[in-house]
Structures are given as structure tokens and as C-alpha cells.
Write a protein that binds this ligand. Structure first.
Ligand code: NAD
Length: 519
């Protein structure tokens, strides 16, 4: 195989929007995408494009009167048909040589690169991402395609096994079967693309159910896969409500694995349902579930406070705090607590909030009306549990805007210290010393990301040993994991620690077969 000839993986560079030419190109992409608002997309099983009439409209969260895309909701009958169709095609797809699947995956990366600004614009309008956040999401999707294609190249090659005298031994990786892929809306392209191409390049067939908040981005990515050469029968685009079709997809006898990223409660439900063996089922379903976070940044007594403030600010408020990796707890040594809080408050007050298509705004809207209401309700809880230092007030207007909000003096038993809010709300807690800070940071059922700002090598060593998170960052923000460099996945209730974008990931979509031959 051509492993040696492949160019080494490199992360996709981000467009610099301070350059006038890039700015103009992005403005043009926004205009172009806007001209496609309200278009109708059908769901697809194999080559059959289906209108169910049960319309799902996605809106622009900066201005919810604008309909971005009109989709059709699948029902339980269609969900079952989708799994059956994927099952029918699996034998054929699994025998397509890995090299061909790898080629299609590289081609998907090339097409995404060509349509990058267009995808950026869809993310601005359907997910409420600012330009740089959208650019990072699309770049990550390209990275996943490039990385998993190379990983499959590696895993398709003969695997080293001990050779016994008189026997020829081999171990090969083969696909699992039908995979149900259920992504969240917050990385509506990157996570959706990553879980889908990982499944497909490994030789599985897929039922893809995009989030109902961001179905247009799912439909656009399905176009990319088809253009890249993936056969229609290799994956189904099943738009609709997770609650309505989720149980059928997960519980179906022919479903072999579920690749889920989303909230803790839905992940646990999927895990439980998948564990129930159905009549006629002949395997144990595999569940990869990446779930929520309550991520903490520890600020040590000797930390560089300016760096810590910038790290906390970017981690807490980037994409309105709607990242699983977002910092929602700042745990600060008592020695620098007041100074840190003051500096953070000053910078946070300067953050501009508004429509995400205007690059002057650092913070766009949250995803939906219900998200805005839930976050606002948490702020009200937080008012009783601590002191609101910045933000807290609803922003006028129709868009789903919430100002960046800092709530100080929060106790570790407080709900806003323990529960995932998934919005621009930061709890700040005072620690007696570094030891206490680590204890507080680990006082969570989650364990996804965490960061420590410190200039004490011994403290950094202790954090490396004891801060129980899947992704630990020292003297930098806790968001922005890069494919290849920071394999991503969490401990405890943050999920199954699948380490997306790392060398262990594709194995989750494969099974190893050992073959020994004599004579
Ligand atoms: P969610 O759990 O509400 O939805 C995720 C997906 O599950 C959606 O596609 C949804 O339609 C589907 N779904 C809903 N009910 C279902 C059911 N009963 N059966 C099957 N599928 C169902 O999560 P969300 O609001 O889309 O995303 C935000 C959550 O995702 C946060 O908790 C965040 O921390 C988490 N997240 C985790 C990671 C990670 O890598 N750990 C990454 C991104 C987001």
C-alpha cells in the first residue's frame, strides 16, 4: 500500500479574515448562501429521495424569522427501513477495497476545501457561529477526512503478529456492519463529518441522523460525500427528531454500532437501549458515546494572570460557551482571586454580542429559543448561588442572544458548579491553595477537558497526575483541540473516551480477525 507516499498529515490552515480579500470572499459566500435560504431538502434512503410532509424548518438563531432550510422529518417506519437498507448493502460495501474508500475520503476533504467559505457561511447562519468559529469547524471537518483516510491506510496494511514455526499468521481489520451516527448541533459539520467518514472509510454502512437544529449542514455534507464518490446506498440521510426515531435506530436488530455525540442523558439512554438484546440479534452492539462536560480551568497563585484571563475568556465564551470543552468553572487560588476576577470582568464587559454574520461581534446567538430559556433559568439559579459580576440580563431583540455572564463566589455544591449549562455562563470559585483547587476541579461527574495556569513545575506535574480529564491543557485554553495533536474524548460521564482525531479512534469502527495457516 502507498503509506510511504502519502504526504504527512497537517492541520488545515485557517483563513485570516483580517485580510481584505478573504473578508470580501466571505461576504460574497454569505450573500450566496443567503440566496439559498428556505430551500427544501428531502431525506434519502439509498437512491430514494423522500418527502414525508412533516416539515422541519431550521432558522437563523441571530434572526429566527429567517428560515435557513426546510427538511422532512423521518418517522419510525422510515428509520427501520433505513437500517434495513444499510444492512442490505453492507456485504457489497464492506468488500470495496480500502484504497477506494480512502480515495473517496480524500476527495471529500478536497471538495470541502473548495467549498470552505460556503460551508463557513452555512455555519454562521444555521448554527450561529462567528466567522472564525465557523472556519475552525470546517477546517476540523477537513482534518478528520484527511486524518482518518491516513489511519485507514495504516490499518488496512498487514498487522504485525508473531510468526510461529510452520504456520503463517495474519491479523486483519474488518468493518462491523450498520452504524447509526448521531451528532450534535454544536459542531454541526466537524463532528458529523468525523463520525460519518470514520464509519464509512472503515467499510461500514451508515444511517446518519443530523441534529434537528442543523439539518441543512447535514444535507450539504451528504452532497459532498456523494460528489466524492461514496455510493448512495452506503449512507442514508435521515433528518428528523432524535426523540422520534432514535429508539428505533438504536434498538434495531440489524444495528451493529452507534456513534453518538451529545448530551449525557441521551447518551446514557442510547447505551442502555443498545445493551438490551433484541430477538434475533446476534452481536453485542458497540456504543461510542461522547457526552457533556463541566470543564474547569485552575488559576494558580503564581500564574501569569493576563494569560490566564485570556485563556479563561476564550474557553468560556467562544461560540457562546456551547462547546463540550468550554470552561464553565474558573477555580482560582485565593492569593490572586480578586485581581483575576477584576481583570476578567473588564475584558468580558468589552465583548460585543450580536448577529454572527457581522464580524465585529465576538459573541453570536445561542442555538435556539429553548436553549436561551434554559441558560437564562440557570443564570437565575446562579444569582442565588453566587454574585453576578458581569452580564446576566437578557439581550433585547428576536435573536437568541445571552450576554457573557460571570458569577463569582460559587460554592462547589452549587448547581451552576455541577451541572452543564452549555451557554456563556462562567462560575468562579475561590480555592484555598493549589491542592484545594485540584480537589475542586475533580469535584464533578464529568471529566472532559481541563486546564491549569501555573508557573510552578511541581504543580503542573501534580495536575498531570491527578486532574482527571480526558484532555488536559497546561498554560493554555481548554478549547480548540486539534485533530492529530489532541486526540479528543472524556472520562466518567463525559463519555467513552473515544479519542476522536487520534490513532485509537478508527479501531472503534473495526474488528480484528486473526488468521493462522499451516501448510
Ligand atoms: P443532544 O443529546 O440533545 O442531541 C444529540 C443528538 O442526539 C441529536 O442529533 C439529537 O437529535 C439526538 N437525539 C435526541 N434524543 C435522542 C434519542 N432519544 N435517541 C437518539 N438520539 C437522540 O445534544 P445536543 O444539544 O445536540 O448537543 C449538546 C451536547 O453535546 C452537550 O451536552 C455537549 O457537551 C455535548 N457534546 C459533547 C462532545 C464530546 O466530544 N464529548 C462534543 C460536542 C458536544
Amino acid at each position: 500500500m502507498a503509506t510511504a507516499t502519502l504526504i504527512e498529515f497537517r492541520n488545515e490552515p485557517y483563513a485570516d479574515f483580517s485580510q481584505p480579500a478573504n473578508r470580501r470572499a466571505m461576504e460574497e459566500a454569505l450573500r450566496q448562501v443567503r440566496s439559498e435560504f428556505g430551500r427544501e431538502y428531502r431525506l434519502r434512503i439509498g437512491s430514494e429521495y423522500i418527502s414525508t410532509g412533516d416539515r422541519l424548518e431550521s432558522v437563523n438563531p441571530s434572526n429566527p424569522s429567517e428560515i435557513v432550510g426546510v427538511h422532512h422529518r423521518a418517522d419510525a417506519v422510515l428509520a427501520a427501513r433505513a437500517v434495513e437498507a444499510a444492512w442490505q448493502y453492507f456485504p457489497e460495501w464492506s468488500r470495496v477495497p480500502a484504497a477506494a474508500r480512502i480515495g473517496m475520503t480524500f476527495e471529500a476533504a478536497r471538495i470541502l476545501r473548495r467549498r470552505k467559505l460556503e460551508f463557513d457561511a452555512w455555519l454562521v447562519y444555521e448554527a450561529g457561529k462567528t466567522w472564525p468559529e465557523a472556519e475552525a469547524d470546517v477546517s476540523e471537518a477537513i482534518d478528520f477526512c484527511e486524518y482518518y483516510a491516513r489511519e485507514m491506510e495504516r490499518l488496512a496494511a498487514p498487522q504485525p503478529v508473531v510468526q510461529l514455526p510452520g504456520e503463517h499468521g495474519e491479523m486483519i481489520y474488518i468493518p462491523l456492519g450498520v452504524g447509526v451516527v448521531i451528532p450534535p448541533w454544536n459542531f454541526p459539520l466537524a463532528i458529523l463529518a468525523g463520525m460519518t467518514v470514520a464509519s464509512l472509510v472503515a467499510g461500514n454502512t451508515v444511517v446518519l441522523k443530523p441534529s434537528s437544529e442543523t439539518p441543512t449542514i447535514g444535507a450539504k455534507f451528504a452532497e459532498v460525500l456523494l460528489e466524492a464518490g461514496f455510493p448512495e446506498r452506503a449512507f442514508t440521510l435521515l433528518t428528523g427528531s432524535g426523540a422520534a426515531v432514535g429508539d428505533v435506530l438504536v434498538g434495531h436488530t440489524k444495528t451493529r454500532f452507534i456513534s453518538f455525540t451529545g448530551s449525557r442523558d441521551v447518551g446514557l439512554r442510547i447505551n442502555e437501549l443498545a445493551a438490551r438484546t433484541q430477538p434475533g440479534q446476534i452481536w453485542i452492539k458497540r456504543v461510542v458515546a461522547e457526552m457533556g462536560g463541566k470543564d474547569a480551568i485552575v488559576v494558580d497563585g503564581d500564574a501569569d494572570l493576563d494569560k490566564a484571563v485570556d485563556g479563561v475568556l476564550a474557553s468560556a465564551f467562544g461560540y457562546q460557551g456551547q462547546k463540550c470543552s468550554a470552561c464553565s468553572r474558573a477555580i482560582v487560588d485565593a492569593k490572586v482571586y480578586d485581581a483575576f476576577l477584576e481583570k476578567l470582568a473588564v475584558k468580558t464587559r468589552n465583548i460585543k454580542v450580536g448577529p454572527s454574520d457581522d464580524p465585529a461581534n465576538y459573541l453570536g446567538p445561542v442555538i435556539s429559543r429553548s436553549a436561551r430559556n434554559a441558560i437564562q433559568a440557570y443564570i437565575e439559579v446562579g444569582r442565588k448561588e453566587g454574585r453576578v459580576v458581569v452580564g446576566g440580563q437578557p439581550v433585547a431583540g428576536d435573536g437568541y442572544f445571552i450576554p457573557p455572564t460571570i458569577i463569582a463566589n460559587v460554592d462547589s455544591r452549587a448547581r451552576i458548579f455541577q451541572e452543564e449549562i452549555f451557554g456563556p455562563v462562567l462560575a468562579v470559585t475561590k480555592a484555598r491553595d493549589f491542592e484545594h483547587a485540584l480537589e475542586l476541579a475533580n469535584d464533578s461527574e464529568y471529566g472532559l477537558t481541563g486546564a491549569v495556569f501555573s508557573n510552578d513545575p511541581e504543580h503542573l506535574r501534580q495536575a498531570t497526575e491527578r486532574f482527571h480529564v480526558g484532555n488536559l491543557y497546561l498554560n493554555r485554553k481548554c478549547t480548540g483541540a486539534m485533530v492529530g495533536a489532541h486526540p479528543f474524548g472524556g472520562f466518567n460521564m463525559s463519555g467513552t473516551d473515544s479519542k476522536a482525531g487520534g490513532p485509537d479512534y478508527l479501531l472503534l469502527f473495526l474488528q480484528a480477525k486473526s488468521i493462522a495457516q499451516r501448510g
